[in-house]
Design a protein around this ligand. Structure first.
Ligand SMILES: *Cc1c(COP(=O)(O)O)cnc(C)c1O
Length: 396
């Protein structure tokens, strides 16, 4: 693994699911200006598309890559608006904030949809997809979230994809927080499109997202989108014809992303990136458990992306004070998103390794001591909540 120098002296690590800590060389790649129309920048766009496509592995010939300006949500909206025909109907598999956002996006777009809502973190299973599709022949598409970043759960894409294909429907994937660190290849199982963005596991800076989609699906998307700026068919056609983005591209972000893609390759690609993140998670989880903290998810469902911890039961614990103390020690953590119990999240992605994660655990130990907490054990209700994950429904 390459050296992971601290980002900049005094700069805190972002233990958040994007924007995240980037390498110094990624930041330095932004220290010049490019003309969007110029051949140099067109070559950069072309290299970016080729490198992203190559990550889909065998079977990639059927796919193409379309970058889209904006944050990840813009790219998800572009995918839904472009690939779901106006008379289509979508089954959204939701177990957290990003599944809910996909459903909200479809409501804005005026696309018929139905939601299989599993609550804060229970995984949607293949058998449930099979049943939902059998019950509603009007459904044309299924939307799945790869890693649901709001809890950190890694959903079972393979069984979802197989259930979807067996019912003759099409699958669209939000792999925003997993792509580049968790394997997802064109030949693994059938899907139409997958979306991710610059500032997650590839470790670039924020400013655009990208959709990797089957070429026949891109071709068939003509006229579906309600939006000129988010029309993937139009963005793709223009890029194929001219090598340019249709509207002002985030030139510096693209330059930084190309550098990030080269560093991703030098590290050893998806396998090595995923292994580093998994090690980050293992060091973090073991260390936090030694302080008494407990994770929302059983080990089998923990992703290498982000981990949700319950807040301690001790009334002396105050999240805002904990946050401020962690920040003063050089670590920015992330509030939780659970509805039933208090929690916080710590990201494992970005330019960090196991040595950094050991310092995170030491910082947490010192922050607890400052608050006068001897032990970080969560309340009983949190542990009961966690038990539901081992229920037969979840494990089915
Ligand atoms: C980060 C993320 C998004 C996009 O969020 P933006 O804030 O728009 O970049 C979408 N889905 C998932 C699962 C994510 O983790």
């Amino acid at each position: 693994m390459p050296d992971l120098p601290p980002p900049f002296l005094g700069e805190p690590y972002l233990l958040t699911p994007g924007p995240l800590t980037t390498s110094r060389t990624v930041k330095e790649a932004m220290l010049r200006d490019w003309g969007s129309w110029d051949g140099d920048f067109r070559a950069m766009t072309s290299e970016l598309r080729a490198r992203l496509l190559a990550m889909l592995g065998e079977g990639v010939e059927a796919f193409d890559c379309v970058p889209m300006q904006g944050s990840g949500t813009f790219a998800v909206e572009a995918m839904l608006a472009s690939f779901v025909p106006r008379d289509g109907k979508v089954l959204v598999l939701a177990n957290g904030a990003y599944g809910k956002r996909a459903a909200e996006t479809l409501a804005y777009l005026g696309r018929a949809h139905t939601v299989l809502d599993k609550g804060d973190y229970l995984p949607p299973r293949g058998s449930e997809v099979t049943a939902a599709l059998a019950a509603d022949p009007a459904i044309t598409h299924v939307v799945a979230i790869h890693c649901e970043t709001s809890s950190g759960i890694l959903n079972h894409l393979k069984e979802i994809a197989e259930a979807t294909a067996a019912a003759g429907r099409r699958l669209l994937i939000d792999s925003m927080s997993a792509f580049g660190a968790v394997r997802l290849e064109a030949g693994d199982f059938p899907f139409d499109a997958v979306v991710s963005s610059a500032n997650k596991c590839i470790e670039g800076v924020p400013g655009f997202g990208f959709v990797l989609a089957r070429k026949d699906v891109l071709e068939g998307a003509k006229g579906n989108s309600h939006s000129i700026s988010l029309d993937l068919n139009a963005q793709w056609s223009a890029m194929e014809k001219t090598g340019q983005w249709r509207f002002t591209p985030p030139t510096h972000v693209v330059a930084a992303f190309l550098q990030a893609l080269r560093e991703h390759e030098m590290e050893g690609g998806v396998v090595a990136r995923g292994a580093r993140y998994a090690q980050n998670r293992d060091v973090l989880v073991a260390g936090m458990r030694s302080l008494g903290f407990e994770t929302l998810l059983d080990d089998a469902w923990l992703s290498p992306i982000i981990v949700t911890f319950f807040c301690p039961a001790d009334p002396a614990f105050d999240f805002d004070a904990f946050y401020a103390s962690m920040k003063a020690k050089g670590f920015i953590i992330y509030p939780g998103k659970l509805t039933l119990v208090d929690s916080f999240r710590i990201g494992c992605i970005g330019r960090m390794d196991a040595a950094v994660m050991r310092r995170v655990v030491e910082a947490a130990r010192d922050a607890l001591a400052e608050m006068g907490l001897a032990d970080a054990t969560p309340p009983a209700v949190a542990l009961e909540e966690r038990k539901r994950l081992s229920a037969p429904e979840a494990a089915a």
